[in-house]
Write a protein that binds this ligand. Structure first.
Ligand code: HEM
Length: 131
């Protein structure tokens, strides 16, 4: 069954998989997202994705979505970006974000894949400091 296969893939993914609608309301939060951000899925469903990031992006993210709907200009979708996330305990961490857009029954949805790159960043900084 396609739905069961889809769930198995999403639940076993190492990266966080987060689904939002056109205004940023959370509709999907896989197991890895629970581990990486420290929230249970039921705590975040129906809330704004901006809760997963610190300011200034937290206050600006609704505007980023509006700008995209107005202009159609992609700045992260299909490109990716290193940004900063915020966990439930308030700690911040570097992440690599990829975003894809799709439609469910005519409704716009965005799926974000979030990779915690704390280890990679620490290694990069250690290499730079050793130079
Ligand atoms: C746009 C930050 C998570 C969907 C943006 C932009 C920033 C940003 C800075 C604007 C880029 C620009 O205008 O130059 C963040 C941060 C996140 C995060 C810090 C940390 C958790 C997500 C997630 C999704 C998402 C999980 C989807 C599920 C979008 C979309 C846009 C956007 C659809 C507008 C389209 C685009 O610019 O290509 N975000 N975001 N974001 N973000 Fe996020």
């Amino acid at each position: 069954h396609a739905e069961a296969r889809y769930r198995a893939i999403v639940d076993t993914a190492v990266d966080a998989i987060v689904v939002i609608d056109r205004v940023g309301t959370l509709h999907g939060f896989n197991r890895a997202a629970e581990r990486i951000f420290g929230y249970a899925a039921e705590e975040v469903m129906g809330r704004n994705v901006s809760m997963l990031m610190p300011d200034p992006d937290r206050s600006a993210h609704d505007g980023y979505l509006k700008r995209y709907h107005r202009t159609g200009e992609r700045r992260i979708i299909g490109i990716g970006r290193e940004v900063t996330g915020q966990r439930k305990d308030g700690s911040v961490f570097p992440l690599e974000l990829s975003v894809a857009e799709w439609k469910a029954d005519g409704e716009v949805r965005f799926t974000g894949i979030v990779r915690d790159i704390t280890a990679r960043k620490t290694a990069e900084e250690a290499l730079l400091a050793a130079k």
